[in-house]
Design a protein around this ligand. Sequence first.
Ligand code: ARG
Ligand code: ZN
Length: 423
Amino acid sequence: ARKIGARVYTLPEDLVEVKPKMVMTVDQVFSITPKTEEEVNIVRNVSSDYETVLWQPAAPGYIKLNMEVHLFIPASRLDSVQDLLSKNHITHQVLLRNTQELIEKQTQNISSDPRSSLSYYERYHHLEDIYHWINKTAHDHPQIVEVILIGSSYEKRPLYVLKLTGRGGAQPKRAMWMDCGIHAREWISPAFCLWFVHYAIDYYGLVPDITEILDSMDVYVLPVMNPDGYEYTWTTNRMWRKNRSRHAGNYCLGTDLNRNFDANWCTEGSSQRACDETYCGLFPESEPEAAAVARFLRRQKQTVKLYLSIHSYSQMLLFPYSCSYQQASNHHDLNELAQQAARKIKRHYFSTYTYGAGARTIYLAPGGSDDWAYNLGIKYSFTLELQDRGRYGFLLPPELISRACQEALTAVKTIAEGVIKKT
Ligand code: ARG
Ligand code: ZN
């Protein structure tokens, strides 16, 4: 019998055992900040479990004292991870209570929801859809857009670059390069490349900033540098980062394309183990995606003055070096451009972007495309980490694409205009 207020209720015998504990468990994301070296080790161990997925930082080895760690934990692991953390008195916050819901928001076909007013550029798209968009964009705007096939992925998908050309300006023309989607799960990145191309086409000749940029520089845009990985995040594993190559003798698939370039390749800050998220591959440019980009840029190195690589998340503007603590020879120019971009974003959108040399600002990360391009002679080289700072991480809802892309556009225009003045 149980006493509630003044009355006494008697529960029927067969109901006594029923517990109100039928909680559906779903995949979650935890935020954990280790406060002692011992906790650092425990958090590293938890995140090395191949069933959990580190969101931030990119690899367990990067975890340090007092660093905010974002960890994706599949439903099947929730209990054991929670137990381990509480046994060791490590506190955590639940960053995302239901990732499935957010993934559905990112992938649902908005056309089936007539109330949605989000445009094509405010949604995420399947790879097939993006290929179709590339084709149609080039077909509809032959004056400005040309499609160049620069190679193919490990699974033989084409790597298409859009070349945007203005009408005016001196010849021979300078150029800039921008790639998106090196890392498969960073969906806002390809979304931004599409956004940028659309903006350039729509406003060329109407708005001074983009008109000046296209008149001064040809703009090469690679919307999806890692199509195999991107496709895999849509079909099989939303949290996938690497490409999908298989190397003889290895059970695990995939190389981190941003560790596969020839810039202190495979030194500290990357991994030689094929199962790791920062696996550097068999040798520099062992991956067809990295090799295709490197080959194209080597051929164009006389004209390309600015290299941009778009990632997410963390809101940062990074420049060389990431592969060592060495200072770039034009560090002050790079820092000035990044600072201008960050300030402009702050003024217009009130968002904070941190900036600096990669190794000192986040961590040592050798084999990156930005450092490689810099060493090739492209002296303005940046990696942009778009929104957000961890509220949604890789699962940024479609409603926030517009804001993220406007901020990124501000950064790209500011940096490009600065490079035009300086070169
Ligand atoms: N989060 C990016 C990565 O881990 C940072 C890229 C910065 N540049 C670099 N060359 N590592 O790849
Ligand atoms: Zn990335």
